[in-house]
Design a protein around this ligand. Structure first.
Ligand SMILES: [Zn+2]
Length: 87
C-alpha cells in the first residue's frame, strides 16, 4: 500500500488497529500514520464500510424507508438516524 499523503511505497505495518478494526500503517518517508480508509470517501464515516454498503443495499433493493433501515440496523447494534441514512 502506498502512502496517501506523499505516494511513497515505503510504508510499515503497525501492530495497532483503528477502533473500527482497520489496519494502520506508517510512512517511512513522511512519518505520517494512515489506515486502509484514509483518503477515501468513507474516511470520516463512523461505521464500517461493509455496513454502509448494506444500508445502501437495503434502500435500493428492498425499497425500505430511511427510518426502517435505521431501525433495522439498530437491531444489529448500529445506532444512527434516518437523516444519516439519507446522507
Ligand atoms: Zn508518506
Amino acid at each position: 500500500m502506498d502512502c496517501p499523503h506523499c505516494q511513497s511505497p515505503h510504508v510499515s505495518l503497525l501492530q495497532r488497529k483503528t477502533h473500527l478494526g482497520y489496519t494502520m500503517f506508517r510512512c517511512k518517508h513522511c512519518r505520517r500514520t494512515f489506515n486502509e480508509r484514509t483518503d477515501t470517501p468513507f474516511n470520516f464515516i463512523e461505521v464500517p464500510t461493509d455496513i454502509v454498503f448494506q444500508v445502501l443495499f437495503c434502500c435500493v433493493r428492498y425499497k425500505l424507508s430511511y427510518r426502517d433501515v435505521a431501525e433495522f440496523f439498530l437491531l444489529r447494534g448500529f445506532k444512527f438516524t434516518h437523516e444519516t441514512v439519507r446522507f
